[in-house]
Design a protein around this ligand. Structure first.
Ligand SMILES: Nc1ncnc2c1ncn2[C@@H]1O[C@H](COP(=O)(O)OP(=O)(O)O)[C@@H](O)[C@H]1O
Ligand SMILES: [Mg+2]
Length: 372
């Protein structure tokens, strides 16, 4: 939306306490937190979990965003740990050893930078070895919290043994190393469970992100009242939060819209927000979709919809794709495309999918109602 101001953080009551209990129980080494995108996983980590671990518990913390490097998440993980190790070991007295100075170099000085390798790692080592080595060296007997944000990115890793090697490395450090995984794509996670044959999350306790409710809406109202004379209806803003699928990011944007307009008219601001969103994100997301893709989305948006691959589902979609009998194989193709764009995800039940973005779901339902 282009609005980059972050509104004050609103705590997730009870979640931090639950995480702390898991770690102190000694029963589980990890915690998983799965929730759709934009619901506030990273915010919780940055505003509550990391400060708590560092300041209250006195642990060292390492945060790695695997989503940012989802093209090469295995390398990203290893490099982040090696960088942390390098930072710890050398601090500002950075020691480098000369690895290979090419004999043919005419001006050795100029080539030096490019051929130096930090002490302790060999770039030729297998990635799995580098991982185990860096993790063990970083932990080195110190209580450590490792946060892997959007861990389903690891599902795309081509190396068969990587996730298994990671799991082994973690287990060896039990007692000192605690891991916090966040994830948003059920698709990716299902893949990790199926393909990698590495029950990474067996040693982790699954926690849910407690939904933000009316207390959050009321907090945003107080924020508005502090900064604007506009009168905002509590009831209208609470309803808007529901219409926004309970997504805090979207309510924040709506609150900023109200603030900037200096007008307390919530329905008007909501309409403006939706129009802006259509222009920015939603429009792009649905851009270039074919009639069949739209038909699949329309089916998934139906409450209690029939299976996409069943006779009823195929008939529903055929009605929406003029002059074409919809076949299972083409639905599979459409589903892959929609999943790739993050518009749909498998629920975990065979052949069952759902729409990822709560706002898109509400939008599609509204369109179905008006017969668009
Ligand atoms: N607890 C919260 N209080 C206030 N705003 C929040 C909260 N959680 C999320 N947000 C808003 O939603 C945005 C997206 O949250 P984020 O943590 O990035 O979601 P996720 O990591 O689940 O994709 C944040 O930038 C912030 O504006
Ligand atoms: Mg995030």
């Amino acid at each position: 939306m282009g609005i980059s101001v972050d509104l004050p953080y609103f705590p997730r009551t009870g979640l931090l306490e639950d995480v702390a209990k898991v770690y102190s129980s000694g029963l589980k080494q990890g915690v998983t937190l799965f929730a759709p995108r934009r619901q506030g996983k990273t915010s919780f980590v940055k505003h509550e979990l990391l400060p708590f671990a560092r300041e209250t518990l006195g642990w060292q913390t390492i945060y790695i965003d695997l989503w940012a490097r989802r093209d090469a998440p295995d390398l990203a993980l290893v490099e982040a740990l090696e960088a942390e190790l390098e930072r710890q070991r050398s601090g500002w007295r950075r020691k480098l050893k000369l690895a290979k100075v090419k004999a043919r170099a005419k001006t050795p000085g100029a080539d030096l930078e490019a051929t130096m390798v930090p002490v302790g790692f060999e770039a030729e080592d297998a990635l799995e070895n580098r991982l185990a080595h860096a993790l063990a060296a970083v932990v080195d007997g110190k209580p450590t919290l490792l946060v892997l944000d959007e861990v389903q990115s690891l599902a795309g890793v081509k190396r068969e043994n990587f996730v298994a090697a990671f799991r082994t490395a973690i287990q060896k450090l039990a007692g000192n190393l605690f891991v916090f995984y966040t994830g948003s794509s059920r698709d990716g996670l299902n893949q990790m469970f199926r393909v990698q044959r590495a029950p990474l999350f067996e040693s982790a306790m699954s926690l849910l992100l407690p939904p933000l409710g009316t207390a959050f809406v009321d907090d945003r109202l107080a924020f508005l009242a502090d900064r604007s004379r506009a009168r905002v209806s509590r009831k209208a803003l609470r309803e808007a939060f529901v219409a926004l699928g309970g997504t805090p990011e979207y309510l924040n944007e709506l609150v900023l819209t109200l603030l900037i307009a200096n007008d307390g008219n919530v329905p008007k601001a909501l309409a403006a927000w939706q129009a802006a969103r259509k222009e920015a994100g939603a429009h792009i997301a649905l851009d270039g979709l074919r009639p069949l893709d739209h038909a699949v989305l329309a089916l998934l948006a139906e409450p209690n919809h029939p299976s996409v691959y069943g006779a009823d589902g195929l008939a529903f979609m055929s009605k929406r794709v003029p002059g074409q009998v919809v076949k299972t194989s083409s639905v599979q193709g459409a589903m892959r495309k929609l999943a790739k764009r993050g518009l749909v995800a498998p629920t975990g039940r065979t052949g069952d999918y759902e729409i990822e973005d709560p706002v898109l779901l509400l939008q599609l339902r509204a369109e179905a109602k008006t017969g668009k």
